[in-house]
Design a protein around this ligand. Structure first.
Ligand code: FA5
Length: 354
């Protein structure tokens, strides 16, 4: 057979072989066998060297034509195999809309936010209105108007952060509020009586241990009307204790001294960690140490505070209380949190338990 006939036979055979190929890998093997540097076509083309000068241009053109035919058949087989592969992959991935769906994990509000909602709802039910007073405020509202003159030693207990801001001639320095009691006089100055306020806000003190964090929340109740007495205070506190802690826990009022209430009390709850015994597994309870945990202070609003709020103490009286939200939450039935700082560690293993 001469070179021209052998070239045509090679192209024909290549086209037939390519038609039977089922995988891309096999196609590549064939491509190397026909068109590779040491393939059949390269082998035939060596014959060109021995062709006569007249024959060489015709054979060269024919060799090119055959090479293009073989390449074209490989290209179209490659395209067909790729299309078939992706079609079968898509068929395998077809979505079954009747399959049960996967539920994305569902989060919940932070425990402190949940406690704030619950506390607000309990007081709103008995006619208190939730207010928001500033969390960064003048010394005047945080201390002075609360019957705590400048340099009074009682201020030390609040371990206050002062803000580096211009000092006001009338209201003094700016502070990160160490308690929500700054809302008392601010609420009175709104001039609407009677007052039934529940002010819940962030508060700050330079403290950190198992029962103290530097940023915490307080809820401040203020009730001002004619003929308000300690009996009303006790009634409101009992209502809150029943609603928030349930019927089994005990509370007590302990005489205390605050400059802005007279008389004043601290309110304790029997500890939920040691069930009021002061002992856990024979050792002192790390949260309360004595069976009772202080939740906050309360008392009858001092006449000087009513005056600072523009209210006549001979006509009106009132009571106020201020409690820590985190401490109150820690004492809830079934919540066995024995270190307040864990509430702010953002550890999902802890938070997901609730
Ligand atoms: C006060 O802050 C008074 N303003 C409360 C008050 C209001 C008394 C109205 C009378 C009338 P005290 O410093 O005791 O009081 O703080 C109240 C409560 O805030 C504490 O019992 C505790 O529950 C919470 N608390 C105080 N400091 C921290 C802290 N660093 N971390 C977490 N909770 C705290």
């Amino acid at each position: 057979m001469d070179l021209a006939a052998r070239l045509e036979a090679l192209a024909l055979r290549a086209e037939q072989d390519v038609r039977t190929v089922a995988t891309l890998e096999r196609l590549e093997e064939l491509r190397v066998a026909y068109l590779g540097r040491k393939g059949e076509l390269a082998e035939l083309l060596k014959g060109l060297a021995t062709a006569t000068a007249e024959e060489r241009p015709r054979l060269g053109a024919l060799a090119n034509e055959m090479k293009q035919r073989i390449e074209a058949s490989f290209a179209s087989a490659d395209q067909a195999l790729r299309t078939a592969a992706s079609a079968s992959q898509l068929a395998g991935e077809k979505e079954d809309v009747t399959e049960p769906g996967m539920r994305p994990p569902q989060g919940h509000l932070h425990l402190v936010s949940e406690a704030i909602r619950e506390i607000s709802a309990i007081f709103e039910k008995i006619g208190f209105t939730r207010t928001r007073h500033p969390e960064v405020d003048w010394d005047h509202f945080a201390f002075e108007a609360l019957n705590m003159p400048k340099d009074h030693p009682a201020r030390d207990e609040w371990e206050t952060f002062f803000v580096d801001a211009p000092v006001s001639e009338t209201h003094g320095k700016m502070v990160l509020t160490p308690h929500t009691s700054n809302g008392q006089v601010r609420e009175m100055l709104r001039g609407e009586l009677p007052i039934r306020m529940i002010n819940i806000a962030k508060t700050y003190r330079r403290q950190s241990d198992a029962t103290h964090v530097p940023m915490f929340h307080q809820f401040e109740g203020l009730f001002v009307d004619k003929q308000v007495s300690i009996a009303h205070l006790r009634g409101i506190l009992d209502h809150f204790f029943q609603a928030f802690f349930g019927p089994t826990r005990r509370s007590r009022l302990r005489p205390f001294h605050f400059r802005f209430t007279e008389p004043s009390f601290e309110i304790d709850i029997s500890c939920g960690i040691c069930d009021g015994t002061g002992l856990v597994d024979g050792a002192k309870c790390r949260v309360c140490k004595r069976g009772w945990l202080e939740l906050g202070g309360a008392g009858m609003v001092h006449p000087n505070v009513l005056k600072a709020g523009g209210i006549d103490p001979d006509v009106y009286s009132g009571f106020a209380f201020g409690w820590g939200v985190e401490r109150t939450y820690m004492m809830k039935e079934g919540i066995k949190v024995d270190d307040i700082r864990i509430l702010y560690k953002n550890d999902l293993r802890f938070l997901q338990q609730f």
